[in-house]
Design a protein around this ligand. Structure first.
Ligand SMILES: [Zn+2]
Length: 461
């Protein structure tokens, strides 16, 4: 080999190293700025306080529309190039004022009140309520075995949240079926109503709500959740007095679908404006509590990613878009509307990141994409660790962004999960339960990932 080729090769090699070195240096400066800014300023935490003060954000409610306008204004204030509302037809369910359960027909427990709450989508009862004997079961199989006793009774689904799992989402996934499918199974065996043990990791008497379903052709019966302490009480009372009855009164009702909106704000990319990196959360929340963890915090984190780009003067190459999806909790009409829009435009979604697991300390990112894309993102772990991210692995993303099938990568932000179901879908999920630093680190983690996705894309490994 002529010596000058060798020299040339060495020079190129040194230049390449130098280039990589200085790029990495710029990146680490930016990453540190992101982490410092979020932790010191805590602007996301303050925004969440404002949002939580606006009232509940149940899809179709008046207070949810107020909050939607608030978010639109905030996205304008933080310096988005474009902010718009995307019209969505959403289900409109109302809790009403009455949710009451009382033991009757029992010498020992007469008039004892039970802490219950209507489940989302449930029909209400007549003013006099429904009254029936209780059939307690701990599984659907158990219910089928006892079906000859189920006629005209209220089925009490009392399967406990399994505390033995390390990952609380696993326990939730198992127990939540009695909430979502219980009323169908109960109606099939002739029951007049169902009570479901709250699906929560916390031992308290707060009913945890959430969506329940009906099935075409199966009678619709009222369905409510019951606080865990009262669930245990009722279970013991039934041993002493199997003939006790419970009267349940619910004034919830399903109204006609109504118009609501996804809130969308973006910073246009200077090189690839038609390539989108999406960050988002779902804007609706159950009407118990503030929806602070689920998913007010996730929405604010997504908004704050854009805010950080503006504040730190980072000009993105791709379009960075914040989408606050309406109606994740009931029928995901917001996500479906957006996914259809994504199919119909000439834009490409490079990546879509969702935060919807509470405002807790960062742990990782789960990625729904091919393995080379996941490996590419894993290379950024040294930077992501600055915000406390320990791992990046294959996994499902989020209920909303998972519908954007055209995105090259759908990504879920995964914080620590030990406390999430203490708060989830209940009056425990209030602003006071948020830790500012943990929430801000989540923002930082998402911002760092967005910054690296924008700078390096997903094509070259
Ligand atoms: Zn959620």
């Amino acid at each position: 080999v002529p010596i000058r080729y060798l020299q040339l090769a060495i020079i190129c090699f040194v230049l390449l190293i130098d280039y990589n070195y200085s790029a990495a240096k710029v990146d680490s400066i930016t990453v540190n700025q992101i982490v410092k800014t979020t932790l010191q300023h805590q602007t996301g935490y303050q925004l969440l306080a404002e949002l939580c003060a606006l009232g509940y954000r149940l899809s179709g409610s008046e207070s949810s529309l107020r909050a939607i306008n608030w978010a639109k204004n905030k996205l304008q204030t933080i310096g988005c190039d474009t902010v718009w509302l995307q019209s969505v037809q959403v289900p409109h369910w109302e809790r009403g004022d009455t949710e009451d359960a009382q033991i009757v027909n029992s010498s020992k427990f007469e008039n004892k009140r039970l802490n219950i709450a209507s489940l989302g989508g449930s029909i209400g009862t007549a003013d006099a309520g429904i009254t029936g004997k209780i059939l307690e079961v701990n599984s659907f199989e158990n219910l089928l075995k006892l079906k000859s006793q189920a006629q005209d009774k209220i089925i009490f689904f009392n399967q406990a949240f399994n505390q033995g799992f390390l990952n609380t989402f696993q326990a939730y996934g198992v127990a939540v079926k009695q909430r979502t499918q219980g009323a169908i199974a109960a109606a099939k065996v002739g029951a007049i109503g169902s009570i479901v043990r709250s699906v929560t990791s916390k031992y308290d008497n707060v009913p945890h709500v959430g969506m329940m379903s009906y099935e075409e052709g199966i009678k619709q019966i009222p369905s409510a959740s019951i606080g865990v302490i009262d669930a245990d009480f009722l279970s013991k009372a039934l041993i002493e007095d199997p003939n006790l009855k419970v009267t349940i009164k619910l004034s919830c009702r399903n109204l006609r679908d109504t118009e609501s909106f996804n809130v969308i704000g973006e910073i246009r990319g200077v090189e690839f404006p038609k390539q989108v990196i999406l960050v988002g959360g779902h804007f609706d929340a159950w009407d118990k509590g503030d929806g602070a963890h689920d998913d007010g915090a996730g929405c604010i984190q997504a908004m704050e990613v854009l805010h950080l780009f503006r504040y730190l003067n980072i000009q993105p190459k791709h379009t960075i878009r914040c989408v606050l999806f309406i109606d994740e909790e009931q029928k995901q009409t917001g996500a479906k509307t957006y996914a259809n829009y994504a199919l119909s435009t000439k834009e490409n979604h490079l990546a879509a990141i969702e935060s919807d697991r509470g405002a807790f300390s960062p742990r990782g990112f789960t990625i729904d994409s091919d393995s080379s894309t996941i490996e590419h993102i894993q290379d950024w772990l040294p930077f992501l660790k600055s915000a406390g991210i320990d791992w990046v692995r294959k996994g499902s993303s989020g209920a909303d962004v998972s519908k954007i099938k055209t995105a090259k990568a759908r990504i879920g932000y995964v914080p620590d999960d030990q406390r999430y179901f203490d708060f989830h879908h209940s009056e425990n999920d209030v602003f006071a339960s948020i830790n500012a630093r943990e929430m801000e680190l989540g923002t930082a983690a998402m911002a760092i990932l967005t910054y690296l996705l924008d700078k390096y894309g997903l094509n070259e490994k």
